[in-house]
Design a protein. Structure first.
Lengths: 423, 184
């Protein structure tokens, strides 16, 4: 037996000795819950092979037909490439994120991040609303907090808009950003019970309206049709007419807080978190996520009955709601779940502990922030999970994020070019 | 693997796939651990392989070859996992120390440790070649098919892997014990 054979024999024994066939605890369950959200792909390859074999057999007898088939296939390939390129452009958009008072823009895959805006006397942060990007995808709303502020309220914060094409940052007005109306007006909470609207174009920012509301503007979310503002003053979910300031109470949680209303894309329903436990008055969202119709006629619980759930977030087509939930027993393990608005087909995504989240414009991925521990200590990083393949990928540039927003571009529009850093 | 289960899974029966996953996850996990020498990456690779298996199960032509197909998916997932974590390299840093005299029993342990260290120094594709050949005892052609390489390439890869392992063991015998350090 030579040295190689001796080594091979020793290696064979060694590998068998160290081989450990015990799967990691819970891994099979994770894989099965993940695959339960996916449908097997149809076998296009086999179908195409069968189809093309027949055509080619007939075509091979006649050179003219064969040439026609080749030309036809080439045209189809060009069309497919154009379609894929168009789709990429449509679902692309820019990723805005903020960190240490500075705003960054990046490509949709997180690459090419550039430092887009900072103001020496302000701490800038992407507005924590679902739609911080303007409807046409050009302007990103940013809240700025003065460095000399004694508290979060006095002196008031200032709303800025960042032009993603020119990287110009302009102050809009005092207050906190609420949302964009479909016609591109920016809505700002200029006080605890007052709303201001501003029209914004490339050169000018103009105040176009101001109303006083009867309720405290707290946890505000603007309906995508721009008509209603959903607010949560204490235990109520209240609608405020943006034009008139008139209010309508949609849900009364009997003295316990409700939080984080989120509008369906068609403005017909609102998902929100409900506090259940009277003993836990400050623990917002220890109950399930509820969906209420805009006329208040129907309330549907959609998350697991006994599991605390918060941060409801609608998919762009309105077919799914994502939310963050945790096991009631341990309270430690946290996940993102997705569910249809009628409470059906609930699925758990193996995301680890998520923080803020957002759907990609094509609804195929969910971005979320999660806490990570690395050499620099604990911080939030930005990752995405693909709903089809379950792949989890880190998107930030390695230094973490504090808030983010994904630009949702109208169909057919193009992604604005990203300027290199320093220009 | 049960042909009936595979056929049902190909028809979209998730319970059948669950049974397949339950019966194969142990062997796949062992393979991934041996190839990647890293628990986290191994779990990642097993998950990727099984998710890919479910998603593409209709592309499996011959249900009787499901085991080989799964192994192939796993090896591919291992390569991907290794690539993803390439930046976070584990390197051996040698420190000088005086080795005390050891008994025969300790010698045996040292040999096992040396083999462990030697395997870690190989590339994932070299480890995959060794694991398929010496742990699974796959015939050369089958191992080559799993790695998606020609038989000739498989032969040379196996030979190179053994030479590299031999070189690593020889170097290990000459050098003092290593201390592992992690670099991001």
């Amino acid at each position: 037996m030579n040295r190689h054979d001796l080594l091979a024999a020793g290696l064979r024994v060694h590998l068998r000795n160290i081989a450990d066939e015990r799967p990691a605890p819970g891994q099979l369950g994770t894989i099965l819950s993940l695959t339960a959200t996916i449908r097997p792909r149809p076998d296009w390859l086999a179908t195409m092979r069968r189809a093309t074999t027949g055509v080619w057999a007939r075509a091979s007898a006649n050179p003219a037909v064969r040439l026609a088939v080749v030309v036809l296939l080439a045209i189809l390939m060009v069309l497919a490439v154009a379609l894929i390129a168009g789709q990429r452009e449509r679902v692309g958009g820019l990723l805005g994120f903020s960190r240490n008072g500075t705003v960054y823009l990046a490509r949709p895959d997180g690459s090419g991040a550039i430092q887009a805006a900072e103001v020496p006397e302000y701490v800038l942060g992407i507005s924590p609303v679902e739609r911080a990007w303007s409807p046409e995808g050009r302007y990103l709303a940013v809240d700025g907090f003065p460095l000399n502020a004694r508290s979060g309220y006095e002196p008031p914060s200032t709303v800025f808009v960042l032009d993603s094409r020119t990287l110009a940052l302009r102050a809009v007005g005092a207050g906190t950003f609420i949302g964009w109306t479909p016609d591109g007006l920016a809505l700002v909470a200029s006080g605890s019970t007052s709303l201001a609207t501003f029209s914004i174009d490339e050169r000018t920012i103009e105040a176009t309206g101001h109303i006083e509301t009867e309720v405290l503007i707290s946890g505000a979310s603007l309906s995508p049709d721009g008509h209603w503002l959903a607010v949560t003053p204490g235990p109520f979910l209240v609608l405020v007419d943006v034009q008139t300031g008139a209010t309508k109470t949609l849900y009364d949680n009997g003295g316990e807080l409700v939080d984080r209303p989120a509008w369906s894309p068609d403005s017909s329903r609102i998902a929100f978190a409900r506090t259940r436990s009277p003993q836990c008055h400050m623990c917002v969202g220890d109950g399930p996520i509820l969906v209420v119709t805009v006329d208040g006629s129907r309330v549907t619980p959609v998350s697991r009955p006994d599991w605390p759930a918060v941060r409801a977030n609608w998919s762009p087509n309105g077919e799914w709601i994502a939310y963050k939930t945790r096991e009631p027993e341990t309270g430690i393990e946290q996940y993102i779940e997705i569910v249809h608005p009628d409470g059906s087909e609930r699925r758990t995504l193996p995301t680890g502990s998520p923080h803020d989240m957002a759907w990609s414009p094509d609804g195929a991925r969910i971005l979320y922030m999660t806490e990570a521990l690395d050499e620099a200590g604990s911080r939030f990083i930005l990752v995405e999970i693909g709903l089809m393949d379950g792949q989890i990928r880190r998107l930030d540039d390695g230094a973490g994020v504090e808030a983010f927003a994904w630009q949702s571009l109208p169909a057919g529009s193009s992604i604005p070019p990203l300027q290199p850093e320093g220009q | 693997m049960d042909r009936e289960l595979v056929a049902r899974a190909q028809g979209g029966d998730h319970d059948a796939f669950a049974a397949i996953a339950a019966s194969t996850i142990g062997r796949l996990t062992a393979l991934a651990r041996l190839i990647l020498q890293d628990e986290d990456r191994a779990q990642e690779a097993v998950q990727d392989a099984l998710v890919d298996a479910w998603r593409d199960i209709r592309a499996l032509r011959d249900p009787d070859r499901a085991d080989a197909w799964l192994r192939r998916l796993l090896v591919r997932a291992c390569y991907d996992a290794a690539k993803r974590h390439r930046r976070r390299a584990v390197v051996d840093v040698r420190v000088l120390q005086v080795e005390p005299a050891v008994s025969d029993a300790q010698d045996a342990v040292a040999t096992r440790d040396q083999l462990d260290r030697g395997l870690r120094r190989l590339s994932p594709d070299q480890r995959a070649a060794l694991v398929l050949t010496y742990y699974l005892d796959l015939p050369l052609a089958e191992a080559a098919h799993t790695l998606d390489i020609p038989v000739g390439t498989m032969k040379s890869r196996l030979n190179r892997a053994l030479n590299a392992l031999r070189a690593a063991l020889d170097a290990d015998e000459r050098a003092p014990a290593p201390v592992r350090e992690h670099y991001a």
